[in-house]
Design a protein around this ligand. Structure first.
Ligand code: PLP
Length: 466
């Protein structure tokens, strides 16, 4: 059969294994060196990124040359997030089986909208949905949607809450929209993550309807100060404050909310996994009493990016909020993933989530999560004992907030740590102080990584004060 030029090129590339072997070879070389190289790319590597400033090509280039350009200029400009000394933001690493599964899934290129489009994806979503219920101690009727991250999961959770609350008040938001709808009250701690507020905005509720509740020095909601709740309320709680790592008191709040007929949504981006650690599950006591939960695979669980999950106790509310239809849609009798998310077509991130959970098992997840806490304790105690650093938070989980004598010195020290390359940390503000924020979120972080990183802190302080 006659092939056009682009088909000739693409068929030749797909049949010639060299392109993929090259890409795999480069990736394996990367894995070999990434644990030892400087955590942040060098200035040279970043300046070499200008090589990408090219005109849009008229004619396509050979795949191998594209891969080589990426390897030459892209790879050195990556951040060594896979290793054990990246402590920036709350960014997880990725466990090997997750990476390998994702690699294979890249070739499969599955769209997991409907079971009929990808039976393997549909099957794994249904299986992992139940595994998650078991891991988090949720009722087995809870349903999951597999989304890009916790920001998307927060959006889905608040959407389901909005649907259910309004429906209970006799209003179908899908039919009538929000104009003239009964008022929804949102109750949130002053330390709610901005992605939760964004989700409130994206759901058209607006920040004016938020009743802010004071938080304690660790950022936990002061539940005694909550306003009286009723059945028009959505209560937003968090498992893991993005700075301090602290947890709200779920038991206390959920009991009151449940009695009032309010909906509780928990942003557990990284902290929900504390439930899987025998040492840390004291912090997640009562999470099963909430109505919806947003959590990431790509943070604490260490799946590859992008992997977020919305879990909801009320299948009907989530499905109604995410509803769509079309004469061409072929539904499965039991479960189709697209009704649990805002997307229709989605890549099959469930494959690496399934592989990651299977690779670790319940015991491995416990050990992985607990180790993040132990390494945080180790880091915090080294900093506390050293002169010149002050740890400002209680180390409930994996986050450390540390500062030096003045804001300027803290900022300077952080820049020197970043330049040093041993580890990478970012900054934040905590109780009006400029702080350095350390997040231990990689399976790979060892005692030695913490010791090496602590020495980088000391070197940076010395450099900043001499
Ligand atoms: C507490 C909390 N909630 C939500 C998010 C947003 O998650 P994602 O980046 O996966 O959208 C983060 C990100 O760090 C977080 O720490």
């Amino acid at each position: 059969m006659e092939k056009n030029d682009v088909q000739k090129k693409l068929f030749s590339e797909i049949n010639n294994k060299k392109l993929f072997q090259r890409s795999l070879g480069n990736s394996l070389d990367y894995v070999e060196e990434v644990f030892e190289r400087t955590v942040f790319p060098s200035k040279q590597a970043i300046s070499n990124l200008d090589s990408f400033n090219e005109a849009l090509p008229d004619n396509g280039l050979p795949g191998e040359s594209i891969i080589e350009t990426l390897n030459k200029y892209g790879s050195p400009a990556t951040v060594a997030q896979l290793g054990g000394r990246y402590f920036g933001f709350v960014n997880g690493s990725a466990v090997p089986a997750g990476i390998a599964a994702k690699l294979m899934a890249t070739f499969w290129d599955q769209n997991t909208a409907l079971n009929i489009i990808s039976p393997i994806s549909g099957k794994l979503e249904a299986v992992v949905e139940q595994w998650l219920n078991e891991l988090f101690g949720f009722d087995n009727k809870c349903v999951s949607g597999f989304v890009t991250g916790t920001s998307a999961a927060n959006f889905c959770g608040i959407s389901a809450a909005r649907y259910r609350i309004l429906s209970n008040l006799g209003w179908d938001v899908n039919e009538k929209g929000l104009r003239n709808a009964p008022a929804i009250r949102i109750v949130a701690g002053k330390h709610a993550h901005s992605s939760v507020i964004k989700a409130v905005n994206m759901n058209g509720l607006g920040q004016e309807c938020i009743e802010w509740v004071d938080t304690d020095l660790q950022g936990r909601i002061e539940h005694e100060k909550m306003p009286p709740l009723d059945n028009s309320c959505i209560v937003l709680l968090q498992a893991g404050n993005v700075n301090s790592g602290a947890f709200d008191n779920f038991n206390a709040v959920c009991k009151v909310a449940n009695e009032a007929g309010a909906w509780v949504h928990i942003d557990g981006a990284f902290g929900l996994w504390a439930q899987c650690s025998s040492t840390l599950k004291k912090w997640t006591n009562g999470i099963h009493l909430a109505d919806s939960w947003a959590v990431d695979g790509h943070k604490t669980l260490n799946t590859p990016y992008d992997c977020g999950i919305i879990i909801c106790k009320h299948q009907n509310a989530l499905r109604s909020a995410m509803h769509m239809s079309g004469s061409y849609i072929m539904k499965n009798e039991t479960r189709d993933g697209m009704y649990h998310t805002g997307d229709m077509s989605r890549r099959s991130r469930i494959i690496e989530l399934w592989a990651t959970i299977k690779s670790l098992g319940k015991k491995g997840i416990d050990e992985l999560v607990t180790n993040m806490h132990l390494r945080a304790l180790q880091f915090a105690s080294l900093l506390t004992e050293a002169n010149g650093f002050e740890v400002l938070n209680e180390i409930d989980f994996n986050q450390i907030i540390v500062c030096c004598k003045t804001d300027d010195l803290t900022e300077k020290v952080m820049r020197f740590i970043q330049d040093d390359g041993t580890c990478w940390v970012g900054h934040s503000k905590w109780n009006n102080k400029r702080v350095i924020r350390i997040s231990i979120c990689s399976w790979a972080t060892t005692k030695n990584d913490v010791a090496l990183s602590f020495h980088a802190f000391k070197r940076a302080l010395q450099k900043a004060t001499t």
